[in-house]
Design a protein around this ligand. Structure first.
Ligand code: GLP
Length: 249
């Protein structure tokens, strides 16, 4: 596991975008696993800027997103489909037919999960999976307690996740209670993983994920078992990691 410390959010975004750019340049038809949340927004902005400068080409890139709220459609401004269009896809030359996000409107859970797993498996494997981290250590929408051998599944969102995500909705009642998410198994099968974390509210989850016991209670701790993980985090997110290390010196 490699940990890159960023000075601030801009630095984090540039470092993360550099890692993604390297993947795109090395493999122009790479499969990128993409994430939502506020943390990757700066990374996507940086990628757009480099695309506009002519440094990046997304023509052959395929994307598979981690998750989507269940019960809301692509036209809903809070959907992750809408997030991806406005924060990335509408600004680059990606072929929308090559982008994949779970269908939040599919009522048949088994059918949707099987369809999504097929997409992941038939893609030839995710070359680089981008992840954020929830304050409770979740990745994608794999909430604490999740079994590590799950592939795509329908999740009941944890109360603290609903609270954390309420800032994007008019009221907390509007936050969907369920979501479709890639499972830990899908994430761990990615060839490489890039996790981005920013801010003090992520410091505890990040410390536990990187140095705590590997346990479903902190879903991100499973990443300790992956052989190609890069962490890009700012000083605040790394504050506990750093203070614990200093106390050992
Ligand atoms: C959501 C997403 C996660 C994301 C997390 C943290 O719950 N499903 O993929 O990592 O939020 O988001 P943020 O970056 O806004 O803190």
């Amino acid at each position: 596991m490699r940990i890159y410390e960023a000075k601030d959010y801009n630095d984090l975004s540039r470092k993360a975008a550099n890692i993604i750019s390297a993947q795109i340049i090395m493999k122009p038809d790479a499969v990128l696993g993409l994430a939502t949340g506020s943390t990757p927004i700066g990374t996507y902005k940086q990628l757009i800027e480099w695309y506009e400068k002519g440094d990046l080409d997304f023509k052959e890139i395929k994307t598979i997103n981690l998750d989507e709220y269940k019960g809301i459609g692509p036209e809903n401004e809070q959907s992750y489909y809408h997030f991806m269009r406005t924060n990335l896809f509408d600004h680059i030359n990606i072929d929308l037919a090559n982008t994949n996000i779970p269908n939040g409107l599919e009522e048949d859970i088994e059918k949707e999960c099987a369809r999504y797993d097929d997409i992941i498996n038939q893609s030839g494997g995710i070359d680089l999976q981008l992840l954020g981290i929830g304050c409770n250590g979740h990745i994608g929408f794999n909430e604490p307690g999740i079994s590590f051998d799950k592939s795509t599944h329908c999740v009941k969102l944890a109360d603290n996740t609903i609270q954390a995500n309420a800032r994007f909705f008019e009221s907390i009642e509007d936050v969907p209670k369920y979501a479709y998410s890639m499972g830990i198994k899908n994430i761990m099968q990615a060839k490489s993983i890039l996790l981005v974390a920013s801010g003090e509210n992520k410091a505890k989850a990040l410390y536990e994920a990187l140095y705590g016991p590997i346990t479903p209670a902190v879903p991100a701790s499973v990443l300790q078992l992956h052989n190609n993980v890069s962490i890009v985090a700012d000083e605040e997110a790394l504050s506990i990691v750093k203070s614990e290390k200093e106390s050992l010196l």
